[in-house]
Each structure stands twice: as C-alpha cells, then as structure tokens.
Design a protein around this ligand. Structure first.
Ligand code: 5SP
Ligand code: FE2
Length: 224
C-alpha cells in the first residue's frame, strides 16, 4: 500500500521556538514537552535576510528542556560552526546545500561529532542537489517556505517535492527522517504526512494563538 493511501510511520512533531516568546523561553519549552524534538532556527542575516540567534540561546534551550534539539542552520558555510553548535547542545544539525560547496564534508563532520546529520534545500533549488548525499544523512528537510521567517504560507508544490524525496529514500532503503518546515498547520498536516513526511516542524501553528500546548494538541488531532 502506498504512503499516499495510509501513512503508517510514526510522525514526529518539532515545534519551532522561533515563534515563541523569548522572554519566557523556559516556559515555552515546557509547554512543548509533549513534542518529539524542539526545532531551533539559526539565521545569520547573510544566507537568509534575517538574524535570529546562535549558540548561547541554543545552550539555554538545552539547559531548559530534555527534548532533542533539532538545529536548522540557515548560515553561510555552516561547517565553520558545527563544533560549536554540537557543544552548545544540538542533537541534530541540518545544513543547506546552497550554503556550502562542501555539503558532503559538512555532513561527514556532523556525524563525526556524533550528531544526527541533516541536509536541506530552498523551495527554488532542484531536488537533484541533495540526491548525492541522500545515502549519507539521517535527515532530509524539505523547506516549504523560503527560509528566513516564521508565519509564511505553505508552498503547495512542496507536496510534490516531498513525494519525490520519499520515493528516492525508499529506493535507497534509507531510514532517514523526511522533515517538512514552513507553513505547516492542522489544515495541511495530513497532506504533508500522506506525501511521505515523518517529521513536521511548526512554529506559528504551535506558538501563535492560545499557548503552545493547545497548538501542539491541534496538530496531533489533525493527524488522527
Ligand atoms: O526555518 C524556518 C523559517 O526559515 C522555520 O522553521 C519556521 O520557523 C517555521 O515557522 P512556521 O512557518 O511554522 O510559522
Ligand atoms: Fe526551520
């Protein structure tokens, strides 16, 4: 039976703390204790047109929560900082193919640091760009918005890209997680999972309205 007909895999939820209230970081992390991972968006103002935060905030989040820290590096030449982010508490480190000419080396370095190695690409980048490293990663992230900001609208064509990557991973016999990030909400979560995603990132849909606990619950309900 195809993934389209019946998504059988256990779906992980990874709320993005980019949308949380930073004055209450500890409480905002406690509110998502029922999630699977905390998604940590690092932006450098060069690779993307926004600056978020770096190692000190990751280290604080690490101290405040037992959740695995899933770090999405939207920074130029991420290999310069992998060691520091690993030391600050990252459990997974995801790099953009557009951000380095040495994506394979970066992935190798992440694994040598003992962390989950992830690769990702912008919505406008052909999927072929990640294909050579699919057998070497623990996670593939499909960006379903242009990276840089929370609260954007899901790009519908992303569903096709998720389906293709799911097929490629299955053909390789890869157990890598297929993560989707950007505009994920209770409205589209089922379709994203049906297309083959195993990890959903959600920022504004979790932290946006009436508290993260309720937001997380709505997302889970939508998947039932
Ligand atoms: O990496 C990014 C944005 O660049 C994301 O992780 C966002 O933080 C997700 O936020 P929503 O689109 O779910 O509001
Ligand atoms: Fe992200």
């Amino acid at each position: 039976m195809s993934a389209e007909a019946e998504p059988a895999r256990r779906i992980k939820l990874a709320p993005s703390i980019l949308s949380c209230d930073f004055t209450r970081l500890g409480e905002e992390l406690s509110a998502i204790a029922g999630a699977d991972w905390a998604h940590v968006d690092v932006m450098d103002g060069a690779f993307v047109p926004n600056i978020s935060f770096g190692m000190p905030i990751l280290a604080a989040a690490r101290r405040a929560s037992n959740l695995p820290m899933d770090v999405h590096l939207m920074i130029e030449r991420p290999e310069r900082y992998l060691k520091e982010f690993a030391a600050a508490g990252a459990d997974s480190l995801t790099v953009h193919v557009e951000a380095t000419p040495h994506v394979h080396r970066a992935v190798q370095q992440i694994r040598e640091l003992g962390k989950r190695a992830g690769v990702t690409l912008n919505p406008g980048t052909p999927l072929e760009a990640v294909r050579p490293v699919l057998g070497d990663v623990d996670l593939v992230l499909v960006m379903s918005v242009n990276p840089g900001f929370g609260g954007q609208k899901f790009i519908p064509h992303s569903l096709e890209r998720i389906r293709t990557l799911r097929r490629w991973l299955d053909e390789l016999g890869s157990e890598a997680e297929l993560q989707v990030d950007g505009g994920v909400s209770p409205t589209n979560a089922r379709a994203v999972v049906a297309a083959g995603a195993s990890v959903l990132v959600a920022g504004s849909a979790v932290y946006g309205r009436d508290g993260a606990q309720a937001g997380l619950e709505r997302l889970r309900e939508a998947l039932k």
